[in-house]
Design a binder for this molecule. Structure first.
Ligand code: NAD
Ligand code: WQD
Length: 338
């Protein structure tokens, strides 16, 4: 049985990936400092899979603590989700983002080399494409970043490109996620943001549950189907499965590979809002507000490369995503806090 170290495995995408890995007979070891997640996730993973993975509460920025895990565990591959991810916060606190995201990753790669662990999956983001010249976005498009969060993603991609160039044994997959939403179908796991959500889906579900008064729609004067921003929303379980699929590719000594993980479809804010009203069965109030700084009009992926090379194809529709997000929110009005 192959053993996978999942950094950030208690977080939103990590936890869904852990479930899929366990269901596909991988042995999972989680390392997370719980800076943006809850220990309750372990109970939920157990409820879904009947198995509790080994968990280390460790900050990846602490080299010695991380090394103790490598001393203790035999590891075949690492899936590296751990990182801070809020764009606005990264503008306000750039050093915190550079320190956390870069030092954690440098420590990890250094220890992988020291302990001869040669397979790494890295959580990159569509944010590395900036404002693309056209859509759909292909993996070979130019990369531009506009905020410290995005720069940490691009810097880590560059580090991994440089590193794999001179370490032929080392395999790395850069997975560029588009917009993950949705939740596990059981209603036991989902996205649990701290404070006021930055992202569209958790904001809408919090309006639907009555925690917030209305959804602010950031601009309706973009050159899109109805003037509101268009994104490629992907069900978190489809995204999670992409990680399981890419592991097989790495185990063939693939070197560095890069894949977009999205659905290939773009939906506007108002289309998502309408789909959420269908899922809930009632009206969700919204107001048009000015554009949000740094937002782009349209972003969606071409995912042919991932389909051809690793057999990745998103299965869930926008209505499925809204149904599952709503099911999670309704069953867990306060997230994992009970
Ligand atoms: P998340 O915040 O839910 O999960 C990240 C986890 O990493 C959290 O559990 C947090 O406690 C942990 N963590 C952070 N810094 C750590 C450190 N120094 N040591 C140990 N653990 C640490 O985020 P997510 O949405 O699950 O995202 C996972 C990854 O995917 C991130 O790297 C993020 O940048 C990337 N990503 C996310 C999105 C998105 O929209 N959610 C899109 C593209 C890329
Ligand atoms: C989606 C659309 C908003 C909230 C962000 C990061 C990106 C990646 C995914 C990590 C946009 C509109 C939103 C609201 C709104 N994360 N919106 N009202 O900005 O595409 O991507 O998350 O890598 O790097 O930037 O996602 O969910 O914030 O916004 O109208 O309250 O919804 O303007 O058009 P975004 P989002």
């Amino acid at each position: 049985m192959k053993r996978i170290l999942v950094t950030g495995g208690m977080g939103y995408i990590g936890s869904h990936t852990v479930v899929d890995l366990i269901e596909n007979n991988y042995e999972v070891i989680i390392v997370d400092n719980l800076s943006n997640s809850s220990k309750e996730v372990l109970n939920r993973i157990n409820k879904i899979t009947n198995h509790t993975p080994k968990f280390y509460e460790v900050d990846l920025c602490n080299y010695n603590d991380l090394e103790n895990i490598f001393k203790e565990e035999k590891i075949d591959a690492v899936i590296h989700f751990a990182g801070l991810k809020a764009v606005g916060e990264s503008v306000a606190k750039p050093l915190m983002y550079y320190q956390n995201n870069l030092i954690s990753t440098l420590n990890l790669i250094d220890l992988m080399e020291k302990y001869d662990v040669n397979n790494l999956v890295f959580s990159s983001s569509a944010t590395v494409y900036g404002d693309p010249v056209s859509v759909p976005i292909y993996e070979n498009f130019d990369l531009h970043v506009t905020n410290p969060y995005g720069r940490t993603k691009l810097m880590i991609e560059d580090i991994l490109r440089d590193y794999t160039n001179v370490h032929p044994k080392f395999n790395a997959a850069l997975l560029r996620y588009f917009n993950p939403i949705g939740a596990h179908k059981s209603g036991l796991m989902g996205e649990d943001p701290n404070g006021i959500p930055n992202n569209l889906m958790p904001y809408i579900t919090q309006v639907a549950i009555g925690k917030r008064e209305f959804l602010g729609v950031f601009g309706n004067d973009y050159n899109t189907v109805d003037g509101t921003g268009v994104r490629d929303y992907i069900h978190v379980c489809d995204l999670a499965h992409g990680h399981v699929l890419v592991l097989d590719k790495l185990f063939t000594n693939s070197g560095l590979v890069t894949y977009n993980l999205g659905t290939g479809n773009g939906y506007s804010v108002l289309q998502v809002h309408a789909a959420m009203e269908r899922a809930c069965g009632f009206k969700i109030p919204y107001k048009i507000l000015p554009r949000r700084d740094g937002d782009i009009a349209t972003c969606y992926a071409n995912c042919d490369k991932a389909e051809k090379e690793i057999g990745f194809k998103a299965q869930y529709t926008l209505d499925d995503m809204c149904r599952d997000s709503w099911n999670w929110q309704k069953n867990n009005p306060n997230g994992y806090k009970g």
